[in-house]
Design a protein around this ligand. Structure first.
Ligand SMILES: Cc1cc2nc3c(=O)[nH]c(=O)nc-3n(C[C@H](O)[C@H](O)[C@H](O)COP(=O)(O)O)c2cc1C
Length: 447
């Protein structure tokens, strides 16, 4: 483990394996679009469940090798700016803990207990990704400032760092920094639709300039020995779908895997992800293909694998609203069923995350004290919003915490909310999600 700022061990306590209540299926519901509160927007297509015609044996693979990095199970936490910082990544990894004890008692007739090839006792999430980081910024920054962007802990391995940029030399420099810091792989972002990124020809802007993409591939490939992957969209718009060609280039230039968010840049987050393009790429290249877009449930993950043949699945928006998703996928893979959280599980989970945020703010030297506390309160609010979408009464809580100024105030609101539920005898697992899941519009800045 390299890098002085990489610290180990968290001593975190999470709900023990098996504490979730068994339920054969996570209920899906057709939702009406509705505003859930100021600043929130409802992603209509995201909320509409996908219909699956799924073979009974559809399963997420137990492992995939991205070059020398073995990812087991074959599930990846998507890079998400403003979300997948070190605290969130560790939170997900621990929330995903899944052991043989977690479900073996509950396997029904004809169902296997947790099987050997999926007993990932570390985590149901096989690979963590950082938020995207500017290669230009990184290569110019002082060592001390880099910590802010590249901090990770020992329990985050395997972990990949994502970069964006359009200059081959700076991207190569930044990739070297990523390698020297101890990341297991480096990923190039060719999907971010944000104007300020596209304006510098970065992110999805590069989808219109394949010769430049070739230069970037070669420069980074030459600069590092760790596995190198790329994440991209279908193309700029429907008239310029270049994802298959891009995947072919990636393979020819020695990249170790490709990840496709199956939408165009112009699509943003509208419409459904077009998984058929993941299948096209899978039929074209021999390097691993990671499928991404609209996985909300274990059934979705299994269906994506069944429909596209992809080697791994990547999950973004579902993770903050349902941090158990990776564990549920692992359990579903093993037994064909998975567990749903109870109100108590949910309460424990949000408490655990908040504690991690507070611990990190106390330990971090990167920002001044006030800024750290402000950031922590902001992250608490953000997470409480995502995490309580679909929870009965969640809209009221979100409206209340929107007004809060400090982490302690947010925590007090959350405590009161869950305590009232528990006092009222709400201990059963949630059945159907009551409200739409939503992301603040301004959070959808990038991909
Ligand atoms: C808040 C937010 C931030 C994101 N930031 C990034 C990013 O930094 N890099 C990237 O490649 N994709 C980013 N994405 C896109 C996701 O990685 C993913 O491709 C997209 O959300 C589709 O997957 P999903 O349907 O599982 O959410 C972001 C998405 C969201 C919602």
């Amino acid at each position: 483990m390299a890098g002085a700022h990489v610290r180990s061990g968290t001593g975190l306590r999470f709900p023990a394996g098996g504490s979730l209540t068994s339920n054969p299926k996570y209920g899906n519901k057709q939702h009406e679009a509705q505003m859930a509160g100021k600043g929130f927007t409802v992603k209509k297509d995201w909320d509409n469940p996908r219909e699956h015609a799924m073979p009974a044996d559809a399963r997420v693979p137990a492992a995939v090798c991205l070059g020398t990095v073995r990812v087991t199970p074959a599930t990846v936490l998507a890079p998400m700016a403003g979300v997948t910082d070190t605290v969130f990544r560790r939170f997900i990894r621990h929330a995903s803990l899944f052991t043989a004890a977690a479900g073996s008692d509950e396997a029904g007739p004809g169902e296997s207990a947790i099987e050997a090839d999926v007993t990932n006792t570390q985590s149901g999430c096989g690979l963590l990704m950082t938020e995207f980081t500017s290669a230009d910024g990184l290569s110019r920054m002082r060592e001390s400032k880099r910590k802010r962007y590249l901090t990770f802990y020992d329990d985050e391995h395997p972990i990949g760092a994502q970069l964006f940029g359009s200059n081959p030399e700076t991207l190569a420099d930044a990739a070297r920094i990523v390698e020297d810091t101890g990341f297991n792989l480096v990923d190039l972002n060719l999907g971010c639709p944000a104007k300020r990124v596209v304006g510098c020809n970065g992110g999805s802007g590069l989808l219109r300039d394949l010769p430049r993409v070739g230069e970037l591939f070669r420069a980074v490939r030459k600069a590092v020995t760790i596995p190198f992957t790329v994440k991209f969209r279908l193309g700029w718009n429907d008239n310029q779908i270049i994802c298959v060609e891009l995947a072919r280039m990636a393979e020819a230039e020695g990249l170790n895997a490709v990840a496709l968010h199956a939408r165009t840049r112009e699509q943003g987050y509208t419409g459904q992800a077009r998984w058929e393009w993941i299948a096209q790429i899978k039929q074209t290249v021999r390097i691993p293909v990671i499928g991404n877009g609209d996985i909300r449930t274990p059934e979705d993950a299994a269906a994506m694998v069944a429909q596209t043949g992809c080697d791994a699945v990547m999950i973004g928006r579902a993770a903050p609203s349902n941090p158990w998703i990776f564990r549920q996928i692992a359990q579903y893979t093993a037994t064909g069923r998975y567990e749903l959280p109870t109100v108590q599980d949910r309460y424990r989970m949000i408490r655990a995350y908040f504690q991690m945020l507070l611990d990190e703010a106390a330990a971090s030297q990167v920002l001044p004290r006030d800024a750290r506390h402000g950031e922590t309160a902001g992250k608490m609010k953000q997470f409480a919003s995502w995490f309580t979408h679909g929870v009965p009464g969640g809209a009221k809580l979100r409206a209340a915490i929107y007004q809060m100024r400090t982490g302690a105030e947010v925590l007090a609101q959350v405590d009161a909310f869950f305590q009232a539920k528990l006092d009222g005898g709400e201990t059963e697992p949630e059945s159907e999600r009551e409200e739409t899941s939503a992301f603040p519009e301004d959070a959808l800045v990038c991909d």
